[in-house]
Design a protein. Sequence first.
Length: 359
Amino acid sequence: MTTRNELPAAPRELSFGVNETRLLGEVGLFFSSATAAFAECVQNAYRAGATTLRVTADPSARKVVFRDNGCGLSDPSKLLQMAESGWDTADVKHAAGLGSLALFAIATDVEIISMPDDGSAPWRIHFTDAALRHEAPVECWDAISPSLWAEHGDEAHGVEIRATLRESATFPTMTAEDSGKWRHRFPLAITIEVADSTIPGGVLRSVHTVGPREGYSIETSAGALHVTSPNKQSGHFSTAIFVEWEHRRTGTVSIPDEVLSEELCVGVPNAVREELIRRLRRDVELVWVVSPNVAVEAKLPDRETLVRDEGFKRAMSVLAATLLAEFDVENLRKTFVEFTKGEAIVQLDDIEQLARGVK
């Protein structure tokens, strides 16, 4: 038997490595869709300090251009380094350094031009389809004429990304309503220009800014809880709490029924328990804006769901306690007792009155 004392004096050193070819070939697994990749481009503009973002799309040609007025990026090599986000990690929560790879997963050709605001030279980098498959080198021009940047817009500095999407990628919807799935609530003025041969001028243009929320807000230690009326025109009613994490919609969460029913169902027949909770959730839409000061994390890299850990459980307890304290529980009990007797149920059009009126 070999003992510890008999081991060689100088151990062999091992190091971590990455299969770059396979990583680039499977990078699409990190991002769930082209919509998620578009959201990464919007987030990158926001993190670069941009106030405006122009998105030009030609869905029939499968081409899209993102151009912002942020600070730009001085070093193009950071685009090729995983976990090198280029952002100050003291100011940005969980900068994974994968955002630049998002488009690689859905595109056959990507060109990026940067005009930095720090006085360094503008540059251009081109990822061909072969380069994206790691079968050819990436072409980079470290110093380009400023006119190459200026010919596409009047922004003094920023980043422009041009991409041609693969046939296998579903081109994200560019309408005012559906583009919200990738615009989220980033505080940017976003202009969307879509090629449309059926209208004069051939371009359909819309401008989007983040406006005030409807309803009212409840401040909690886990973040703001926004309470609004459901969309009665569409007939859609929320059955869960929408989540916003760093300005992005990050799926939904549900407060367990048993947490609510412990308080709401006291004195109410069991037969109406499910209907009571369903009615409470149906007649309001709740949006939880996660506070950056709580230990609630989004799953990287696409951040489309939250991590269900102890920090998440504590936050859900805070939200449950807030709802139970905010809504008039006695009035809800009375409402549903009357409902079971076949009497007319109280109209809940004014949700703020329901929540606070009898307290």
